[in-house]
Design a protein around this ligand. Structure first.
Ligand SMILES: NC(=O)c1ccc[n+]([C@@H]2O[C@H](COP(=O)([O-])OP(=O)(O)OC[C@H]3O[C@@H](n4cnc5c(N)ncnc54)[C@H](O)[C@@H]3O)[C@@H](O)[C@H]2O)c1
Length: 431
């Protein structure tokens, strides 16, 4: 099938590469000409495990092309996938300018029957609004929210656990079945519903996952006050099959390009319908509190230091990605800098330029080796649980650092080992 994908970001590029991998012919279009130039030379502009190989294979096989020309992308497509950004406005509502612009551009060029598949996360009612933009053309709009996780996006894209489709006509349902047939060979993954239900599945899923995290974080604060260890509590709770163990990990809080903005958007959507979003508002507030807790722990540990130095291990919002959108590390750093603390960082993938773009040039220095970054530091905060930070040589670390506090923002380390090396251990919810 001939497909065009609009947006070559984390979702668009992965989608384009996965569709090409199963034999569809894909033209991936981004208005960012530099991004397209870099993709044409075989360079993927961000880090996602396995993506570069998939893109190369698609390009070599002639199944994947790149353009910044909407006319070229629209020309022979049967399906156009919208995977452009939907960031937050200041009031928490969703900024739909990219999606509206992309729809209008496609409308200006489409000649043939086309189904527009909306993968971007959009508030309920957006698919209906987009249908209005295409009125008078033989274009149908179908909601198809995306659930891939950065860090394992290629695996998720090639083996989705479900494919949610909000379509109004049988013809669209059949077309989407054909499109996804290669991904659903061994069992049925397609779930058909109205566009409104499909749009809400995405917000419901992200909000539920975030709620589990915030709930555990709240319990963790209580655990730390009463002599309980949240890690034991987590294991005990997760063993209940009605609860399950995923997304029960307490820590420094969730970040990234999805959870924070999608929760704020759902909160805004409820308010627009005069529904008080009691749970969602609390989940967001709890997440902010996690940053405060870590900042307070750092400030407490350095209170007797005239010129405190803190090192953070991990800057990306989670391991296996270079995405720093809403990264807890940058929020912690910002608050520490405001309090006069010198901050250094280490991360396997994130670059100095990415940090500077958020915090300003020269504010936090990125040091390649995590051990070198710790030299002379008073406090080390483990912010992102990259695998290479799981089992450091604590004795060597103790010899390198000036101070003796390790803040384990992801509950990765053994208190016993950390204490044995002469450190004070501070975890999340571990008394
Ligand atoms: N990143 C994730 O993990 C994830 C997961 C599921 C859903 N989503 C949703 O998918 C959407 C895209 O997210 P992302 O992280 O890939 O964003 P992104 O910012 O990485 O990529 C968006 C891309 O769209 C391009 N673009 C904007 N307007 C365009 C236009 N008119 N024509 C062509 N290209 C255009 C931008 O240049 C950019 O490259 C968002 O709605 C997001 O909420 C993201």
């Amino acid at each position: 099938m001939k497909i065009s994908v609009f947006g070559a970001g984390y979702v668009g590029l992965v989608t384009a590469a996965c569709f090409a991998e199963v034999g569809h012919h894909v033209v991936c279009c981004d208005k960012d000409a530099m991004k397209i130039d870099s993709l044409r030379t075989g360079k993927v502009p961000f880090f996602e495990p396995g993506l570069s190989e998939l893109v190369t294979s698609g390009v070599k096989g002639g199944r994947l092309e790149f353009t910044s020309d909407v006319a070229v992308a629209t020309a022979s497509a049967r399906v156009a996938v919208l995977a452009v950004g939907t960031p937050s406005n200041d009031d928490g509502s969703t900024d739909l300018r990219q999606i509206h612009a992309a729809a209008r551009e496609i409308r200006g060029h489409v000649q043939q029957p086309l189904t527009v598949l909306v993968k971007s996360t959009v508030p309920v009612g957006t698919n209906a609004m987009l249908s209005a933009i295409f009125a008078g053309k033989s274009v149908n709009v179908v909601s198809n929210p995306e659930f891939l996780r950065e860090g394992s996006a290629v695996a998720d894209g090639l083996k989705p656990d479900r494919i949610i489709v909000g379509a109004r006509t049988n013809a669209d349902r059949e077309l989407i079945r054909e499109l996804y047939e290669p991904f659903a060979r061994n069992h049925e993954k397609l779930m058909f519903m109205t566009p409104e239900s499909a749009e809400l599945v995405k917000y419901g899923a992200n909000s539920m996952l975030a709620t589990r995290i915030s709930f555990m974080n709240e319990l963790a604060e209580y655990a730390s006050r009463i002599g309980a260890d949240i890690e034991d509590v987590r294991r005990g709770m997760g063993a209940d099959p009605r609860i399950g163990s995923s997304y029960l990990y307490p820590g420094i809080g969730f970040g990234g390009s999805c959870f924070p903005k999608d929760l704020r958007s759902l909160e805004h959507q409820l308010l627009e319908h005069q529904i008080e979003p009691k749970i969602i508002t609390s989940v967001i507030a709890r997440n902010e509190r996690q940053i405060e807790l870590v900042v307070d722990a750092v400030l407490d540990a350095v209170k007797s230091q005239a010129k405190p130095v803190v090192v953070m291990w991990g800057v990306s919002f989670k391991p296996n990605t270079d995405d720093v959108r809403e990264a807890p590390a940058l929020k912690v750093a910002q608050r520490l800098l405001e309090r006069g603390v010198q901050v250094r960082a280490a991360d396997p993938i994130v670059t100095q330029a990415q940090i500077d773009a958020v915090l300003g040039k020269g504010r936090v220095s990125l040091i390649e080796s995590e051990m070198k970054a710790a030299e002379g530091a008073d406090v080390l905060v483990l912010v992102t649980e990259w695998r290479q930070y799981r089992s450091p040589d604590f004795e060597e670390l103790r010899a390198l650092m000036r101070g003796s506090t390790l803040i384990d923002g992801r509950n990765q380390w053994s208190r016993r080992q950390v204490n044995a090396a002469g450190f004070t251990y501070v975890g999340i919810g571990r008394s």
